[in-house]
Design a protein around this ligand. Structure first.
Ligand code: XMP
Length: 589
């Protein structure tokens, strides 16, 4: 497989599980230092060229059987190492200190008191706000280590052995809530590791282009484009690197897209100088097999299968599997990582299957992935340098299965039921609690509560619901509403598409769009005799979609949006989702 070769990493982040490691690597790169993520158990001999190592946080306990460990020989390399959270506990555990379960956990903000000011803490003084997330603690530091600071519940919140260049912190310097975090990372990277600035994504464009030319070796490149940021930037890089006549793309119109999407994609690619983008209409291929399906997992499976069939058909009919073609993909860095440390996550939702033709091309190495060493924000920087319109670069993420997962379906009718806390809506949506999938009804409040924490409290208290919504406008009182059998019909998809376009336009105009990470609009089959559906607004803030915070909006904007949405034919009420992820997910399904 052809990945443009990045420089040798100066910093290696050893992944002890979870998403923490990517945040650390991104923070290091923000200092213009190239960092990569490797499995925790990477042998020391593969790390000897790095200037420094950072052992990440993770969800395990060091004394549990099978928990991630590092090769003990890495501590003999004299390469500086920084342990963060689980990384600190692992250093203590593997170097002769002691780790045990703390009397109580420490989650969120804490105050760090410096005891021994030295190199790692240069320029950091007194009492500092830090962000903690741990239960286990280091009880005794390993021989040779000094205790550098403490918090009220954690006697060893930072430790170091300057002789061996080994340092560790229990808090998370990589998050913004840790006020001295940036300074601590800077001290480690420049003063302790001696790193030099070698990384600027936009200056890598000529190198990436040269590597695309090498990978294509005179062959033509074919892409499936989605209209998303990654495939657009990857395609544009190929257009610049190669003869534009030799770069082809296909966009599949599934009938499950947002209003104006196909035209938007067509126009944007034309502006970028693409001559060979084919729009493949496949509405019926997707809608016909979905017509009687209500189960969200089954919907996803059918859509996945149809994508495979349609893409396979395009590959065959365009002769893109022939020897004079290679496949281009917009894969970005986090998607390429195979980490030794991460535990296998429970399946929350089914994702797309692999197309056999694509699999064959990958196996034959006939693939080019120009963005495989970049994070999303770095892809945007490159896009800006390539003069790709901001409107395209700042797009919110949109799921592959499209509006199908935002258009809820039900087999049976049911009444909205009043309970002590609110109204139980007789429709189910997907959530994630304790790392497992749930599929439960939502609780609706009659109005927007003042208390921001009420949704979380209610879900913790009431068994059997995974979301809390507030009614923000309705043609009928909540108690008089009911659900009815509903499917993925053209009429319902059009209703949702129309609502989504109204929301997008108002939130764009008002600037609200820029303040949220994503803003799904969901259609649920709950209403009255005259209007069988309602809408749910789901604006969220997030970093990577793994967790998300429900975001409120200004009441003038909300009133205007609600009024326009209630004017749509067939729409009975508008709800506002107040639930974070977890316990809910971003999409309703
Ligand atoms: P959930 O609903 O799991 O969503 O909290 C997390 C993020 O993933 C997006 N999403 C998808 N993206 N294909 C995609 O490309 C999919 O099948 C898919 N399902 C969910 C979702 O929009 C959110 O940003």
């Amino acid at each position: 497989m052809s990945h443009p070769t990045p420089p040798a990493p100066q910093i290696i982040v050893l992944d002890a599980g979870g998403q923490y490691c990517h945040l650390i690597a991104r923070k290091v790169r923000e200092f213009h230092i190239y960092a990569e993520v490797r499995g925790c158990e990477t042998p020391a001999r593969q790390l000897q060229d790095a200037r420094g190592m950072i052992i990440s946080g993770g969800p395990s306990s060091v004394y549990e059987a099978g928990s991630p460990h590092v090769d003990p020989a890495i501590f003999e390399l004299h390469t500086p190492a920084l342990g963060i959270c689980y990384g600190q506990q692992l250093m203590a555990h593997q170097l002769g200190g002691e780790v045990e379960r703390g009397d109580k956990g420490e989650y969120g903000l804490a105050f760090f008191e410096i005891e021994t000011p030295q190199q790692l803490l240069k320029g950091v003084h007194g009492r500092q706000q830090v962000w903690m997330s741990h239960r286990d603690v280091v009880r005794r530091a390993p021989p040779g280590f000094q205790i550098l600071g403490r918090t009220a519940t954690c006697a060893i919140a930072a430790m170091g052995d300057p002789e061996r260049n080994l340092y560790a912190v229990q808090f998370h310097p990589e998050v913004a809530h840790t006020h001295p975090g940036k300074k601590i990372l800077e001290n480690f990277l420049f003063d302790i590791c001696g790193c030099v600035r070698d990384w600027d994504p936009s200056r890598r464009i000529p190198i990436v282009e040269e590597q695309i030319r090498k990978a294509s070796a005179g062959r033509k490149v074919f892409f499936f484009v989605s209209g998303g940021v990654d495939s657009t930037v990857a395609y544009t890089l190929c257009l610049r690197a190669l003869d534009p006549d030799h770069v082809h793309g296909a966009y599949v119109d599934t009938g499950l897209m947002r209003e104006g999407e196909t035209e938007f994609v067509r126009d944007n690619f034309a502006k970028l100088g693409a001559k060979n983008i084919r729009v493949v209409g496949a509405r019926q291929e997707f809608l016909a097999p979905l017509a009687a399906v209500t189960d969200p997992e089954q919907k996803r499976e059918i859509i996945g299968e149809q994508f495979v069939a349609v893409q396979e058909g395009i590959l065959q009919s365009g002769h893109y599997l022939d020897a004079d073609w290679i496949l281009g993909q917009g894969t970005i860095y986090p998607d390429t990582i195979e980490s030794g440390g991460a535990a296998k996550a429970d399946k929350i939702k089914t994702h797309h299957n692999r197309v056999e033709g694509i699999q064959r091309l990958i196996e034959a190495g006939r693939i080019v992935e120009p963005l495989s060493s970049f994070y999303k924000d770095e892809v945007r920087q490159i896009g800006r340098q390539l003069a790709i319109p901001e409107e395209m670069l700042e797009r919110h993420p949109f799921p592959g299965p499209g509006l199908a997962i935002r258009c809820l379906c039900e087999q049976t009718a049911g009444a909205v039921r009043r309970t002590e806390e609110g109204f139980l809506l007789p429709v189910h949506s997907v959530g994630v609690q304790g790392d497992s999938r749930t599929y439960r009804p939502a609780l609706a409040l009659e109005r927007m509560p003042d208390d921001e924490h009420l949704a979380t409290e209610l879900i913790n208290r009431i068994q059997g619901v995974n979301r809390v919504v507030a009614a923000v406008g309705s043609h009928t009182p909540l108690g008089g509403m009911r659900s009815s059998p509903a499917f993925l019909s053209e009429a319902r998809l059009d209703r949702l598409r129309h609502a989504d376009a109204i929301v997008r336009s108002l939130s764009h105009e008002s600037g609200f769009e820029a303040s949220v990470w994503q803003f799904p609009v969901v259609l649920i089959p709950v209403g009255d005799a005259a209007r069988s559906d309602s809408l749910v607004l789901r604006p969220v803030d997030s970093v990577d979609g793994m967790t998300a915070r429900a975001v409120r909006m200004d009441s003038d904007l909300l009133d205007r949006m609600t009024r326009d949405l209630l004017a749509i034919e067939g729409v009975c009420a508008v709800f506002y989702d107040l639930t974070h992820k977890p316990p809910a997910t971003i999409e309703w399904e």
